[in-house]
Ligand binder design. Structure first.
Ligand SMILES: C[S@@+](CC[C@H](N)C(=O)[O-])C[C@H]1O[C@@H](n2cnc3c(N)ncnc32)[C@H](O)[C@@H]1O
Length: 389
């Protein structure tokens, strides 16, 4: 995800600015209605998902060159093709179908399903859990165009199903699940929330009531009395725990930027990992143009692995995106292309480099896999270097 950290952000169009003003008014009214202070997770929920207004719930382009960021499935179909080989292994072991969380533009679903058809392993059902009505329409249009005869196999759902068997996948989903911010000042650990000041939205730190957020903050923040701010994503953990508990048999895979706990809450990462994406720039101000930019944080994979185990699944592996794709057979897929198509081969190679290059997505992005009932080594982890969680 090559982005520039440019503090000079391009101005929005007048229509986009008007939309953002409406979103800001809605958030300000909510803050007033909810006691003049809201947790950061509530701000993030409103800015990203308020119906008809939030970044993921209204019409901005988001993905691709004209949007705000580029994700792996948009870079190369090779990404989804590798996961198709992984899904095929799961179907051979336990049967079942596919559940994709946060399918974005639908590109991943299209390339995954196409590859599964090619190898004769397309499942009867492909469920897409999408919170954004806008993105649903975009996914449906793409999948109808690519698979007119099979569109009936795709099923859009609003909430997690009661049972899951087969292959579950979520690429860059956990990082956009609303998280809380905690801030240590001196020896006090406070919760960082949002208020409305004369100058607009502003931070406000307050004492935390006893509870899971406080317990976790005290446990994870590195020792010391220097100022330290970071994120804790109890909702993303809850999502992983529920999927784990719901999975009868199969494999769930989450791909995202992030680290294990000791690296996530490293003494030097004292500003946390909150990051906003706007027109291929990233910056750290979530109050900039709410509704027009993505708001994300890195994923604490130790917490996600623990949540998976609490739900009853076994953690099958945790590695880098590069290791996972290579272990799935990326090199074989790449070399199987037409050797005489020089230009498309060069473009393909450069896209693959973006997926696995250590300074691109290859090392920052990690893959966590957990599941139940699979007794063979998982394809994507079998020749990968396992990282400690
Ligand atoms: C950064 S986009 C990634 C899209 C796509 N997976 C890709 O790789 O291009 C995040 C997606 O997660 C979705 N999302 C956010 N919270 C979710 C949740 N709790 N369950 C399912 N999807 C969610 C958003 O609507 C959006 O489609």
């Amino acid at each position: 995800m090559p982005l520039s950290a440019d503090p000079i952000l391009p101005p929005p169009s007048p229509e986009a600015a008007a939309h953002s003003a409406k979103v800001a008014d809605h958030i300000a009214a909510t803050i007033a209605a909810e006691g003049d202070w809201i947790p950061f997770s509530r701000y993030m929920e409103l800015a990203l998902y308020a119906p008809g207004m939030g970044y993921y719930a209204a019409g901005a382009r988001k993905f691709g060159p004209e949007g705000d960021f580029v994700t792996a499935p948009e870079i190369s179909p090779m990404f989804a093709r590798c996961f198709a080989l992984q899904a095929a292994q799961v179907f051979d072991q336990v049967g079942g179908d596919i559940l994709e969380l946060g399918p974005g533009s639908g590109q991943f679903a299209a390339d995954l399903f196409a590859e599964l058809k090619t190898i004769g392993k397309a499942p009867e059902r492909y469920r897409l859990l999408e919170v954004s009505p806008d993105l649903r329409e975009r996914q449906r249009a793409l999948l109808t165009q690519r698979f007119p005869a099979d569109i009936g196999r795709f099923e859009w759902i609003d909430a997690l199903p009661e049972t899951i068997r087969g292959f579950v996948i979520g690429n860059e989903v956990l990082d956009v699940v609303p998280f809380d911010l905690v801030h240590r000042s001196g020896t006090d650990v406070l919760e960082r929330g949002v208020i409305v000041s004369e100058a607009g939205f502003a931070w406000d730190d307050t004492a935390m009531p006893a509870g899971e957020l406080k317990r976790r903050a005290v446990a994870v923040l590195p020792p010391g009395d220097y100022a330290y701010t970071s994120e804790i994503s109890l909702a993303a953990e809850g999502l992983v725990r529920t999927i784990s508990a719901t999975l009868e048999a199969g494999l769930a895979i989450f791909i995202d930027y992030g680290f294990a706990e000791r690296e996530f809450y490293h003494p030097q990462r004292s500003g946390g990992t909150l990051r906003c994406h706007y027109r291929h720039r990233f910056h750290g101000d979530p109050f900039f143009m709410p509704g027009l930019q993505d708001i994300t944080g890195h994923v604490d994979f130790t917490a996600m692995g623990r949540a998976a185990e609490q739900g009853g699944a076994e953690v099958y592996g945790y590695t880098t995106q590069a290791y996972f794709l290579i272990s799935c057979g990326l090199a074989v897929l790449v070399s199987a292309g037409d050797p005489t198509a020089t230009l498309s081969r060069l473009k393909g190679t450069s896209a693959v480099h973006r997926l696995i290059g250590p300074s691109e997505m290859g090392e920052l992005f990690k893959v966590l896999g957990f599941g139940k009932g699979i007794d063979v080594p998982i394809l994507g982890f079998q020749s990968a270097r396992h990282l400690p969680l």
